[in-house]
Design a protein around this ligand. Structure first.
Ligand SMILES: NC(=O)c1ccc[n+]([C@@H]2O[C@H](COP(=O)([O-])OP(=O)(O)OC[C@H]3O[C@@H](n4cnc5c(N)ncnc54)[C@H](O)[C@@H]3O)[C@@H](O)[C@H]2O)c1
Length: 325
């Protein structure tokens, strides 16, 4: 099947384009390169378009006989979303509505949407099931939740079938070394830790050492990017086979603390990871861990590479390679 991959030049989208090609699909990457990379577009045709200007998209979808869309394109910095909500409402809501209009015009009936654990807000129970209350604590999470709800109403009214995948903390790099994580600015712990070990960044800041966790630092659920990519291919198959529209958590159900991540990176790199201890950040809960059992049952999906050692080793290999070349 031909599959439009919006944001396919970005971190998770590019890994998924590779997984689609491996599974025998044809990815068509749409990206405006606001945060994506040309070197990451290695599978399928590239459309250098912005979802703010989609006039040509319906005709393209029809001509190419596109069967489904994986929608990764978004703005995703939580702190920036608080300072500049306008950017998030326009890019994550208005531009997603543009995409849905184009799909409707071209009669493309399947979409897999990149949602986020940010839809839940402060967890009232851990691990977090899909039925947990949705009370986002920042504009980023609000925009993801708004689009999940729009998908539900569009589905009821227009028949579009959708899966919203709520990722927890995506991490790691392609095991073949073709792709890796490269955000600018980087805000994710694992690339920050790996780059600090390589001497390419200042010491890692640990935000909060007095959480009610075994070592006092915050615990997150890290999921390998190739496991996420695999879940997208399965979600697509699920929709093709007539599966019902639904939201699914993608995580491991296991958490790792900031100190554990630093210690594992130090072991893998055989170098120290320089770090500084600082105060907690407002809005950071102590523990965020997914109950991902529904994704397992619905998609037959099981994370294969998401133990923290495998994740950090793959990230280390990729960062060491790009910093050498
Ligand atoms: N990285 C994570 O841990 C994480 C966690 C939860 C959810 N998500 C979601 O997953 C998706 C992908 O995240 P990522 O880490 O790969 O981010 P990324 O920034 O690497 O990728 C996003 C891509 O979308 C493109 N893009 C953005 N706005 C666009 C527009 N208007 N038109 C065309 N292209 C546009 C960017 O250029 C980029 O290539 C996002 O929707 C994000 O909210 C990510």
């Amino acid at each position: 099947m031909k599959v439009l991959v919006t944001g396919g030049a970005g971190y998770i989208g590019s890994h998924t384009a590779k997984a689609l090609a491996k599974a025998g699909h044809e990815p068509l990457v749409l990206d405006n390169f606001s945060s994506g990379h040309r070197w990451a577009v290695k599978w399928g045709k590239l459309l250098e378009w912005d979802l703010a200007a989609t006039q040509m998209l319906p005709q393209f979808l029809e001509n190419e006989r596109v069967g489904a869309v994986l929608h990764f394109a978004a703005s995703l910095l939580v702190g920036e979303s608080v300072r500049n909500p306008r950017k998030y409402y326009w890019n994550n809501i208005v531009n997603t509505l543009n995409l849905l209009d184009a799909l409707q015009t071209a009669d493309v009936q399947r979409i897999v949407f990149s949602s986020s654990a940010a839809v839940y807000g402060d967890p009232k129970q851990v691990p977090i099931p899909e039925s947990h209350s949705k009370e986002p604590v920042n504009p980023y999470g609000e925009t993801k939740l708004a689009m999940e709800r729009a998908l539900q109403w569009y589905g009821n009214a227009y028949g579009i079938k959708w899966v919203a995948l709520r990722y927890f903390n995506a991490a790691g790099a392609d095991p073949d070394g073709d792709l890796g994580e490269c955000h600018d600015p980087e805000t994710h712990l694992i690339p920050l830790v790996v780059q600090a070990a390589l001497g390419k960044r200042p010491p890692v800041e640990i935000y909060g050492t007095d959480y009610p966790t075994p070592d006092g630092t915050a615990i997150r659920d890290y999921i390998h990017v190739t496991d996420l990519a695999d879940a997208h291919v399965r979600a697509l198959d699920y929709l093709v086979q007539g599966g019902e529209s639904r939201a699914l958590n993608l995580g491991t159900g296991q958490g790792n603390s900031v100190r554990e991540v630093i210690n594992v990176a130090a072991k893998i790199s055989s170098r120290g990871v320089p770090f500084r201890e600082g105060p907690r950040r407002a809005g950071d809960p102590p523990v965020l861990v997914a109950d991902a059992s529904l994704a397992g049952r619905t998609l037959g999906w099981k994370p294969e590479r998401s133990d923290v050692e495998t994740i950090i080793r793959s990230a280390w290999n990729w960062h060491a390679k790009i910093h050498k070349s």
